[in-house]
Design a protein around this ligand. Structure first.
Ligand code: NAD
Length: 477
């Protein structure tokens, strides 16, 4: 049985109810989490406020940094344990779960070092005045986290908020709570004061909604779907609470005829296969210059056929999807493809050892996807890559920008001038040229435009979002 973590102590929910935790690899229940309600959120917010007012808010930036660094070290020491927890809870192959745990340690390391580097400005003004700005924490921040990368998103969101001096109340996704409950315990063990990090589990429409509405929450960081992002903004707008939104994507991989295909092919493959395609930045649209469309599809088709899907513990190319409804969602998209006569180039294979009750989906490469079809427009959030050809650079830009999203774009070309033109013309939060997010990018600001949201988390930039700027003007004559 898992408990909420409030003021450094395990707590049962006031409702007395629990939710089942399923292993996506075999579809079986193996644990329970608390099904919390608004009263539990009240308790967590009160604990965070008390901590902010009496302890955390009084720490110097250097002291906060030391504590974050201790947590980073503790996470590094616990990588095997966190990997095992995440693997079972989320169905991630070992290498993915491990990469997430290592990224979490790296986020806390990065933000530990950033705590005492966040400076204000002095501003030239009228004769006899001195003007300066302070970056102050919001106070108590709420963090609503999706199920696809719980540890990574906790690291970038909660790590940044703590570094800036906020106390945090976290609502993980109902499908992926266990690693974060353990990380909060580790934080208490290394000396985080009671109330600095609080975790309340349960459904989005219950706990998430209560958190977004709570008058004691001074800022909300939301990572998740565009539709829930809209709800959060509407609720928060009632009391003018600032919101950081990190939403979905339908990111293009754009391959010109002069591209280095030896470098591009593995990166294109990884960008749709990683985490079984359940990645906001998945490179789910493949835009290819007409001249190399057939040879590139032939090459990618062969690579897709080699891909193997199976239980997380087998550590294959892909694990299962997170839950049955997600599997159904992918099936619905693929049956729409059949109805529209969209050709399938190739599919990987689910291994025989995969239990029938697990949520498996073979990775699928589709071609000639009409740009207006929902497969080219909407997030599948599964391992489905949609290829289409373009005639020239203008056509590539038009296709790249032709969805409501704008999160990431990959551009593959050796032409230096074209690299810059493309980076300028694509509407997205980040453009990767001849790479696609290698190295995790903890240091790199990340976020979107349009329906991908407008938050910027990760990197130093995140600290601006987790603080408010105060201007102090002094007239001294
Ligand atoms: P989701 O929007 O369904 O859920 C996200 C979180 O919001 C969960 O914790 C959920 O319980 C909570 N929630 C649901 N309804 C709520 C409500 N009414 N009020 C408050 N909270 C509520 O998203 P998901 O299915 O968990 O995650 C997948 C989505 O997240 C995809 O769209 C993906 O692209 C996006 N995502 C974006 C980023 C990014 O950095 N831009 C990163 C990861 C995931």
């Amino acid at each position: 049985m898992q408990f909420n973590f409030i003021a450094n102590a395990p707590q049962t929910s006031t409702s007395g109810q629990t939710l089942a935790v399923l292993d996506p690899s075999d579809g079986q229940i193996y644990d329970q989490i608390q099904r919390s309600q608004a009263a539990d959120v009240d308790e967590a917010v009160a604990a965070a406020r008390q901590c902010f007012n009496t302890v955390w808010g009084k720490f110097s930036a250097a002291e906060r940094g030391r504590l974050l660094m201790r947590l980073s070290a503790r996470i590094s020491d616990s990588v095997d344990e966190l990997t095992a927890i995440e693997q079972r809870d989320c169905g991630k192959p070992t290498k993915q779960a491990r990469a997430d745990a290592l990224a979490l340690a790296r986020y806390f390391e990065f933000y530990a070092g950033a705590c005492d580097k966040l400076h204000g400005d002095t501003i030239p003004y009228l004769e006899g005045y001195s003007v300066l700005t302070w970056r102050e924490p919001h106070g108590v921040t709420g963090h609503i986290i999706p199920w696809n990368y719980p540890m990574q998103i906790f690291g970038r969101s909660v790590g940044g908020a703590l570094a800036a001096g906020n106390a945090c109340v976290v609502k993980p996704a109902e499908d992926a709570c266990l690693s974060l409950l353990r990380v909060a315990q580790l934080a208490a063990e290394v000396g985080f004061p009671a109330g600095a990090i609080n975790i309340v589990t349960g459904y989005g429409h219950e706990v998430g909604d209560a958190l977004a509405r709570h008058p004691g929450i001074d800022h909300i960081s939301f990572t998740g779907s565009p539709s829930v992002g809209t709800l959060i903004q509407q609720v928060a707008a009632q009391r003018h609470c600032p919101v950081t939104l990190e939403l979905g994507g339908k990111s293009p991989q754009i391959v010109f005829a002069d591209a280095d295909l030896d470098a591009a092919v593995p990166a294109i493959l990884n960008a749709i296969v990683q985490n079984a395609g359940q990645t906001c930045s998945a490179g789910s649209r493949l835009l290819v210059a007409q001249a190399i469309y057939e040879p590139l599809l032939a090459r990618l088709g062969q690579a897709f056929e080699q891909l193997r899907v199976g239980p997380a513990s087998m550590d294959l190319d892909l694990g299962p999807l997170i839950r049955q409804s997600q599997q159904q969602r992918v099936w619905d998209f693929l049956s729409d493809a059949q109805v529209a006569n969209i050709p399938m180039v190739a599919q990987g294979r689910v291994v025989d050892e995969a239990p029938q009750a697990g949520f498996y989906q073979a990775p699928t490469l589709l071609r000639d996807v009409p740009p207006q079809h929902r497969l080219a427009q909407e997030e599948v959030f599964g391992p489905v890559l949609c290829a289409m050809a373009f005639d020239d650079e203008d056509h590539a830009v038009a296709l790249a920008n032709a969805t409501r999203f704008g999160l990431v774009a990959g551009v593959w070309t050796r032409d230096g001038a074209r690299q810059f033109r493309m980076a300028r013309r694509i509407r997205s939060g980040q453009v990767f040229i001849n790479n696609y997010g290698a190295g995790g990018g903890v240091e790199l600001p990340f976020g979107g435009v349009k329906s991908s949201g407008y938050g910027r988390e990760k990197g130093f930039e995140a600290l601006h979002g987790f603080t408010t700027l105060k201007t102090v003007a002094i007239r001294h004559g």
